[in-house]
Design a protein around this ligand. Structure first.
Ligand SMILES: C[S@@+](CC[C@H](N)C(=O)[O-])C[C@H]1O[C@@H](n2cnc3c(N)ncnc32)[C@H](O)[C@@H]1O
Length: 254
């Protein structure tokens, strides 16, 4: 009996192309890189206003909940200006152990992690890091921006050491309709207005509108959890804070 042909996975983007911003899939990565390049110098200020200054505290707690501990080697993907990397450094205790990766040179130029913390220009789909070289992979609020969730999860499994842990932080659409509506009003209405007032980059209000639109269009949490399991991760779960801060956690088999 001949073996059935291997199942070929179609790439799974976190959301379909959004025509209000870019025409089709081939333009996604370039458009995303460009908007982050152009808004990088405003990012921390707007993030601080948007989260009422709680972002660093929240990121530290989430990483600790996911099992990050002193002395671990960390890869922070979609590191941007370094907010999640800084939270990781505070726990790990040594900036040299936390590597930041991001495709936007603008965001990396605005990165506030100490210079000893290595920074690499790359997307999550192809990480310039050796197999089985880190204990922990973190990704803060960047999963919505990748091109192919399956390719990204395969890379995370590759770079983690056996038993290593993954923590993906994302904003997800609240399940209660009223909460989703309030969040939409805040992120789609108030935050772009705040960005116009407090930001210097002309594209900042657009980035903030895009922020909500990607949350609304994103595949549901159940899909993210299923794709993590299918990639080969174990102990896959999702912890939710405040009805919208999702922490996807998983482990590579030992
Ligand atoms: C909202 S910022 C988050 C930055 C930081 N992680 C934080 O916690 O604030 C999203 C980041 O994802 C990056 N990004 C976009 N596409 C990416 C990709 N394909 N792979 C990895 N990072 C990507 C952007 O350049 C940007 O720096």
């Amino acid at each position: 009996m001949t073996a059935p042909p291997p199942v070929r996975n179609e790439p799974l983007a976190p959301h379909a192309p959004l025509p209000a911003y870019y025409g089709d899939e081939s333009q996604r990565a370039r458009w995303v890189r460009r908007i982050f390049d152009r808004t990088a110098t405003d990012y921390d200020r707007i993030e601080w206003l948007m989260a009422f200054g709680s972002g660093g505290w929240y990121r530290r707690r989430a990483l600790a909940r996911a099992g990050l501990a002193p002395g671990m080697d960390v890869l922070d993907v979609g590191t941007g200006t370094g907010l999640t990397a800084l939270a990781a450094i505070a726990i790990v205790g040594d900036a040299r152990r936390v590597i930041g990766v991001d495709p936007s040179r603008g965001m990396l130029a605005a990165n506030k992690a100490p210079p000893e913390s290595p920074r690499l220009v790359a997307g999550a789909e192809q990480l310039p890091v050796a197999a089985a070289s880190v204990d922990f992979v973190s990704m803060g609020f960047a999963l919505r921006h990748v091109a192919d969730i399956d390719a990204v999860f395969a890379e995370y499994l590759r770079v983690l050491r056996p038993g290593g842990r993954l923590c993906l932080l994302e904003i997800t659409r609240p399940e209660r309709r009223l909460h989703a509506l309030l969040l939409r009003l805040y992120l789609r209405g108030v935050v772009p207005w705040l960005a116009r007032l407090a930001g210097r980059a002309a594209e900042m209000p657009e980035l903030m509108r895009y922020y909500w639109d990607t949350i609304e269009a994103c595949v549901p949490p159940a899909t993210v959890l299923a794709r993590l399991r299918r990639a080969g991760f174990i102990d896959v779960d999702r912890y939710v804070e405040g009805g919208m801060f999702s922490e996807y956690r998983a482990r590579k088999p030992a």
